[in-house]
Design a protein around this ligand. Structure first.
Ligand SMILES: [Zn+2]
Length: 89
């Protein structure tokens, strides 16, 4: 509660239990999906066995992975291995 008795939604404190943590996740999802600009840029990661979601803020709107350091590197390493295997006599 705020000083005036109005309910205040705060996200700057750690949730004390699982229920409140889930409420915070739901609020994040509602915030994300409620805005047309972020909703239009919401993507699912192309990474193998990854279902990560992210908002594509890239200029070309062609981002493919939730994380370049994890899923992007794995995909590029796999592509490199496939290319090397094809060129090996
Ligand atoms: Zn991913």
């Amino acid at each position: 509660m705020g000083d005036d008795g109005e309910a205040v939604f705060r996200t700057d404190t750690a949730p004390p239990d699982a229920r409140q943590a889930l409420c915070r996740i739901a609020a994040d999802a509602a915030t994300l999906l409620g805005a047309a600009d972020t909703r239009a840029r919401l993507r699912i990661c192309d990474g193998h066995n990854c279902s990560g979601r992210f908002v594509d803020k890239s200029v070309g709107r062609r981002r493919r992975w939730c994380s370049m350091a994890i899923c992007g590197n794995r995909a590029k390493a796999a592509q490199h291995r496939r290319t090397a295997a094809r060129s090996t006599p």
